[in-house]
Each structure stands twice: as C-alpha cells, then as structure tokens.
Design a protein around this ligand. Structure first.
Ligand code: ARG
Length: 352
C-alpha cells in the first residue's frame, strides 16, 4: 500500500474520494508490519481507485497493471492434471488428509465489511438466513445456522461457539487480528456473525468475517475433486437464490475485502504432516521449500497460528488472481507432489 500510494494521484481526488481511499489504507497506516496494508471498503473500490489498486495488485500478484481476471472452474486441459482428471493424493502415496476449499464472496448491495454499520451486519445476516432456509430444506445440505448475534433465533452459547472454533468450523473473534480491527472489519463483534453448517458438516458458510461470506467445503480424504466439485455445485445453488447477487468487478472478477484474495477469492488447502521439514519445531524450513513451489504455509488454526502436532501444516497455492479456480486446485495437487519429494529427501538426509 505505502509503496504504491502516490501523492500526485491522491491530490487529484475529490475530498470524498480522498477520505474513502485513506479508509482503504488505514489498516496499513496503523500496522507497519502489514504485507498488503489495504482493504476495499465498497464493492466498486477496485474500479473507483484503479490507479492505486492496479499497482498494488500488479506488485502483489506479479501480473501486469492492465491484467484482467477470468473465472473458470472447468478442469479440462489444465496443465498438470492427471489423464483421468482425478486429483487423487493416494496416487502420490499420501494417506487421507483434511482437505478444504473456500471462496470469499460479498453481496453486491452492501458495503464491504470494513464500512458496514451494525445495522448492515445484522441485515445481511437476516438476508442470508432466508437463503439458509432454502439450503436447510434440501436433503444434500440440511443442517442449520449458528448465530453469535445476541437475541438471534439461532443464537448459540459461548461454549457451543468455542466448540465450533475447536472443530475448525467457525472463525475466531476477529478483534484479535489487528489488521482487521484497524480496517473496521472486526467492528460490532459479534453482531451479524455466524455460520451455516450442513448436516454432514462438510459444507459451511461463514457470515460476517473478512468477507460477507466465506463459502467452503471440507472433508477428510484423498480426492481433491470431491471438495472442489461439491463447492462449485453448492456455490451455484447459493448464487441462484433469489435476491443474492455477488459483487463482481468488470476487470478483476470476484470482489473481496483484501486485494490478496481478489479474482477467485479461492484458497484450496490440505493439512499435511511434514515431520522432517519441521524437525526444528518451526515452519521456517517448510516455508523456504514451499515458496518456490508457489505454496503458502499456515498453522492448522488458520492464518498466523503455529504448526500442529507431528509437524502438521496447512498448505495451499498462494495464487488467487489471474489464475482460474481449476488451475488453483490443480496447483495444490502438483505442489503437494513436489513438496512430498522434499519432505522425503529431508528424512533421508537426517537419517543418513
Ligand atoms: N492486512 C494484512 C496484511 O496486509 C493481511 C493480508 C492477508 N491476509 C488476509 N487475511 N487477507 O498483512
């Protein structure tokens, strides 16, 4: 943000636009250790402040400033895809792993989370609950909604909430994240926050986190296609519900609060044990090996959390923008293949 904040451009803006752009940059102004340092506040911000965001996006995502994003979930013809189209980790000699694919989505007719009022948050949750009623009535989904909003008909207790966090189903109190707090995204906690969980607990929709919605499929297994395909089907169901329209940018695809997620809003990950690469008890070596493979390493409790027991790490392709959804899930497979080779090598080196 700071690198591409151009005073000459800023000075051409109206007073209102100046204020709005500073609000997008507030998180980075307050947090000098930010990697990105800005969030969009309105669905149209990426286009409204294009001279700023195009530079930020080009630098972070390593694309050109006039890059255009295209969404595509079709796997056919994607480089690295096995001939049978099946992204089966068992073929790489791996056991069943916890697999997860999520996409961020925002409704077109609300401000993005950083600029929402408490009423906006409560109203968005209300609107989503009508959509969840439709999912609840469908046998493939069923389940129910869990709200943190006081007085909400689906309100859950503090203990039930903590259990959902432990089960990796619900998100943590966002106030603990200084970036989200400065951006206004964590404001009015816990109003308008909750999650829909399908009967089998494999399909989940977060409401009121960094994006209006984080829609995800989780499952323990080896075939990545299972979570990818289920998410695509479910996403189409949600998108087809009357009155729900997702924010899209004409050039940039799916609109997300954070420019790091723009385009697909997708993160596809597995929890994988890397005991050899994490033999020193940290993820430093794993990160070093993963970076050139285009993979990011996180702890198993989410962003900025430590690695799990036995060196279990959360691994996902880093790319989100100017890449298709199909390429992301394939990149997870091909990346894990190379990562496993590194993990095995590290094991041989330490036992030699
Ligand atoms: N705003 C933070 C930074 O600039 C987080 C960026 C990426 N993480 C995220 N959850 N969007 O470092």
């Amino acid at each position: 943000m700071a690198k591409h904040f151009d005073a000459d451009y800023y000075n051409t803006l109206s007073d209102d636009d100046k204020k709005a752009l500073i609000k997008c940059c507030q998180s980075g102004i307050d947090n000098g250790d930010s990697g990105m340092g800005c969030y969009a506040m309105q669905p149209a911000d990426y286009d409204r402040f294009k001279p700023f965001f195009s530079k930020v996006l080009a630098d972070y995502h390593k694309v050109s400033e006039d890059a255009k994003h295209t969404n595509n979930w079709d796997l056919s013809g994607v480089e690295g895809l096995p001939a049978d189209g099946c992204l089966d980790l068992a073929a790489l000699g791996l056991p069943a792993l916890s697999m997860r694919v999520r996409v961020g989505r925002n409704l077109a007719d609300f401000p993005l989370p950083g600029a929402m009022t408490k009423d906006d948050r409560v109203n968005l949750e209300k609107k989503m609950c009508e959509a969840f009623d439709k999912l609840k009535a469908m046998p493939e989904y069923g389940g129910g909604y869990n709200s943190l909003t006081p007085e909400h008909p689906d309100h859950i207790s503090e203990e039930a909430y903590q259990q959902l966090v432990k089960d990796h189903i619900m998100f943590k109190d966002m106030a603990a994240d200084p970036y989200l707090a400065s951006a206004g995204i964590a404001a009015d906690w816990p109003y308008g926050r909750g999650c829909y969980v399908s009967e089998d607990r494999g399909f989940i929709i977060w409401v009121g986190e960094e994006d209006h919605l984080r829609i995800m499929c989780m499952r323990k297994g080896t075939v990545l296609n299972e979570v990818f395909d289920r998410l695509k089907t479910a996403l189409d169901v949600v998108n087809d519900i009357e009155g729900l329209s997702f924010a899209m940018s004409p050039d940039y695809g799916v609109v997300t609060s954070c420019p790091t997620n723009l385009g697909t809003g997708m993160r596809a990950s597995v929890h994988i044990g890397l005991p050899n690469l994490t033999a020193d008890g940290t993820d430093a070596k794993a990160k070093e090996v993963c970076r050139p493979l285009g993979l990011s390493v996180r702890g198993i409790g989410g962003e900025h959390t430590p690695i799990g027991e036995g060196g279990v790490c959360d691994i996902s392709p880093s790319a989100r923008f100017c890449i298709t959804e199909a390429q992301i899930i394939t990149a997870l497979y091909t990346g894990i293949k190379l990562l496993k080779e590194e993990e095995d090598k590290a094991g041989e080196a330490s036992s030699a």
